[in-house]
Structures are given as structure tokens and as C-alpha cells.
Design a protein around this ligand. Structure first.
Ligand SMILES: C[S@@+](CC[C@H](N)C(=O)[O-])C[C@H]1O[C@@H](n2cnc3c(N)ncnc32)[C@H](O)[C@@H]1O
Length: 238
């Protein structure tokens, strides 16, 4: 058995939206991860793969904090012509997603273990057709609010990756986080539009996800799901 810990914190970022966890993988699991061409081993490999997809003229989707990849796999089946990049800090979720993608014969899912903020920074001006953030950790305690992923700096990090046809889709079941997201989005109204329904005049079709594990948990507790569809404000409103 090998023990894998999450990668060391990046020195320039002190507040994390994720928690460090130790993970134990069997040697078979470790080999599978090490040998899979769909598990990208470094930021450089990830960015090179993304550029390769763009050069093929194929749509590029990003599933940010993809967990065990339930929505990543759904997206891959919904849009077989697109390439989905699932980014997640923790190995077990990535491994589960990779195994499922392999057993279902999906070849348009690539996974990377790392912090989405580092990925956004390193991918510079690569344009994504869709960027999804589903059920991001709500960090409910007030002294943890600074750890929520959706902050001004996160939206600003998304901006260079958006074109007029890009849709950013955020969903949460935690009402106070939803309010927080709304207030941060309101700070960016100069350059973005958001609404609770998929804009009807985009060339992107609406992706209707099946509830993920976290979404189901929220629904079982009677939580209401908030959806935010975000695009650049140059795009005419519906
Ligand atoms: C509550 S889970 C939701 C997973 C999945 N999106 C779903 O709906 O099932 C949130 C995930 O985001 C990951 N995460 C949090 N911050 C992250 C970051 N900065 N970069 C990458 N993953 C992150 C966590 O490790 C966790 O697995």
C-alpha cells in the first residue's frame, strides 16, 4: 500500500478552499493512476493537453472541484465531441472517476489533481466553453468564509478564460453561500451577467445534470438548490 498526501500547499496562496487529507491507495490503484494517460501528472502536461484539444477545434469544458466526477462523467456523455477536464484536490475521487470513465469507455475525460486557482493561473488565456462549479464546499462557519472558493479573485481568475459563448455554471444547496455568491457576482456586474436559468440565446445547449452525491444530500435535508449561469456582459441578455 502507498500513502499519498495531497500536494504541498503552493507557497503564494495561504488560504485554501480545501482540506488536506491523507489517502492510502493499494499498489494496483497507484499503478492505474500512474499509467493512465487520462490522469495528467503535472500542470505542464495539463496545459499542453488543453492546447492540443483547442488546436483540434474541440470544445473545452472544466469541472472545478469535481469530487468523484459524477457530473464530469455525465458531461462527457452529454457532449461526446467535447473534452472535459476535471480538477480536484483529492485522490480517491479522481481515482473513482477515472475507473468509471475507463469502464464506460469514455476517452474525453482528463483529470488533474491540484488547486483550480493554480490551473486557472497556469492556463493563462485558454478559453473554455463551459466552466462548472457544483456544490463547492460552503464553509458555513463565519471564521471560515474566507475559504469559500467563490470570491472576487476567483471570478477575476475566470474572466480571461471566457469568450462571448462561455457559460460558467455554479450550483449550491447552501442558502447562505448562495447569498454570498450573489453578492460577489454583483460586484462584477461591469463585465458579467448572471441569471438563475440557462440563457436562451446562447449557442451552448443547456446541460441538465442528474443530482450528484452532494446535491442529493442537500435535497434530502430540504435545501433549495441555487443555480447561477454566468456569461460575459457583451453577450446580449435573453
Ligand atoms: C462538496 S465537493 C463537490 C464535488 C462535486 N462537484 C459534486 O458536486 O459532487 C467539493 C469538492 O471541491 C474540491 N475543492 C475544493 N477547493 C478546491 C480547489 N481550490 N481546487 C480543486 N478542488 C477543490 C474538494 O476537494 C471537494 O472534493
Amino acid at each position: 500500500m502507498n500513502t499519498v498526501s495531497t500536494p504541498p500547499p503552493y507557497p503564494h496562496r495561504t488560504i485554501k478552499s480545501w482540506v488536506r487529507r491523507e489517502t492510502t491507495l493499494s499498489s494496483k490503484e497507484q499503478d492505474f493512476l500512474d499509467c493512465s494517460p487520462f490522469a495528467l501528472k503535472s500542470l505542464e502536461d495539463l496545459i499542453a493537453k488543453m492546447h492540443q484539444i483547442v488546436n483540434l477545434g474541440k470544445p473545452l469544458f472544466l469541472d472545478m472541484g469535481c469530487g468523484d466526477g459524477q457530473s464530469t462523467l455525465q458531461l462527457a456523455k452529454w457532449a461526446p465531441d467535447a473534452y472535459i477536464f476535471g480538477i480536484e484536490m483529492h485522490t480517491p475521487g479522481l481515482l473513482k472517476c477515472l475507473l468509471k470513465a475507463h469502464s464506460e469507455g469514455l476517452s474525453n475525460v482528463f483529470l488533474f489533481q491540484g488547486d483550480i486557482l493554480d490551473v486557472l493561473e497556469a492556463s493563462e488565456s485558454l478559453i473554455f466553453d463551459r466552466m462548472h462549479l457544483y456544490f463547492s464546499d460552503p464553509w458555513p462557519k463565519s471564521h471560515h468564509h474566507k475559504r469559500r472558493l467563490v470570491q472576487l479573485k476567483f471570478l477575476e481568475a475566470l474572466k480571461p478564460h471566457m469568450s462571448s459563448k462561455t457559460i460558467v455554471h455554479i450550483a449550491t444547496d447552501w442558502a447562505p453561500y448562495s447569498e454570498h455568491i450573489r453578492s460577489v457576482l454583483n460586484m462584477c456586474q461591469e463585465w458579467l451577467n448572471y441569471r438563475s436559468q440557462h440563457p436562451s440565446n446562447t449557442i451552448n445547449l443547456e446541460f441538465k445534470r442528474n443530482p450528484t452525491k452532494y446535491e442529493k444530500k442537500g435535497l434530502a435535508k430540504g435545501h433549495v438548490i441555487s443555480e447561477f449561469y454566468i456569461n460575459l456582459s457583451e453577450t446580449p441578455n435573453s
